[in-house]
Design a binder for this molecule. Structure first.
Ligand SMILES: Nc1ncnc2c1ncn2[C@@H]1O[C@H](COP(=O)(O)OP(=O)(O)OP(=O)(O)O)[C@@H](O)[C@H]1O
Ligand SMILES: Cc1ncc(CO)c(N)n1
Length: 273
């Protein structure tokens, strides 16, 4: 059985974080393990409280997973510099395969999930471990400390993130309600690149879209798929999952992992590497 690991926080409303990652692993046919870093209490509108696991507890979780044959891992909410240091240290000593780093810095509802004083640790200790780095538009701007004003800025930004140590970079596009498309930019380790343009859907059911995107990349890498194919597969999964919303939550809500799962069985061989 192929096995993957998510190193992430739990979101009480189930739409994001570790729960979304495990839904995604399951949908991709992968067994999922989880190193819990923290918990957020979230209703259908906003996060109301959060707490974190201690570094010693996180280390214990890593130690207990050493006996499993995990072939890819991802990070989600790491919250603070102590957790980043612990995760970077534990991951470097483990043999968990490629690492997808999703910089969970700020949510769509503008809740900050990474403390400001943890940016330096994130950049110096985690980004160099990333097989794939998947910031959203705002996170990429924050990591590089400058705004993107056009597509050339995004391309330059991805190269800068690669120079910081990430092998492959996906900068997820901004969401503009007046624009028909979301432009997601992919820069691969060999210097080749491409855009994934998705039709913008006017919906509030997009919680955990980014977590699920990085989780499906992880699941595909755990199966041994090439990076480009894993990224395209994840993009298709999330796109289908957003186009078939679930009636969960009176306001914001989750993407539909069941619909995403069907996209695997329908045309899993149709994506070029
Ligand atoms: N409204 C939307 N319509 C269509 N696609 C969307 C929409 N929102 C997000 N996506 C897709 O979801 C994927 C994840 O991108 P997004 O920018 O939402 O990540 P994120 O901000 O990290 O998500 P989150 O923090 O909620 O997990 C991308 O492939 C993007 O194209
Ligand atoms: C625990 C957690 N991780 C990530 C996000 C953002 O998707 C969230 N809302 N909660």
């Amino acid at each position: 059985m192929k096995q993957a690991l998510t190193i992430a926080g739990f979101d009480s409303n189930g739409s994001a974080g570790l729960a979304a990652d495990l839904h995604s692993f399951y949908a991709a046919g992968i067994y999922g393990h989880g190193v819990l870093t923290g918990v957020v209490a979230e209703n259908a509108t906003t996060i109301t409280a959060s707490t974190t696991m201690s570094p010693s507890f996180i280390k214990e979780e890593f130690d207990d997973l050493a006996e499993f044959h995990i072939t890819a891992a991802k990070t989600g909410m790491l919250a603070n510099s102590d957790i980043i240091k612990t995760v970077a240290d534990c991951y470097s000593k483990a043999t968990f395969g490629p690492l997808v780093v999703d910089p969970v810095i700020i949510t769509k509802r503008h809740n900050r999930l990474l403390s400001n004083d943890a940016f330096a640790n994130f950049c110096h200790q985690l980004i160099p471990l990333a097989t794939v780095l998947t910031p959203n538009f705002t996170e990429a701007e924050e990591l590089l400390n400058h705004d993107f004003n056009n597509q050339d800025d995004i391309i330059t930004g991805a190269h800068q993130l690669q120079a910081m140590g990430a092998q492959n970079v996906v900068i997820k596009g901004s969401h503009d309600h007046n624009q028909p498309l979301i432009h997601n930019y992919v820069l691969l380790a060999d210097g080749t690149d491409f855009w994934m343009d998705n039709r913008f859907v006017k919906t509030n059911k997009v919680n955990g879209a980014g977590d699920s995107f990085s989780a499906i990349i992880t699941a595909e890498l755990a199966k041994g798929q090439p990076v480009a194919k894993a990224i395209k597969r994840a993009n298709q999964f999330v796109d289908v999952a957003i186009h078939h919303p679930l009636a969960v939550g009176q306001n914001f809500g989750p993407i539909n992992h069941w619909a995403g799962e069907k996209s695997f069985t329908n045309d899993s061989d149709s994506i070029d590497g």
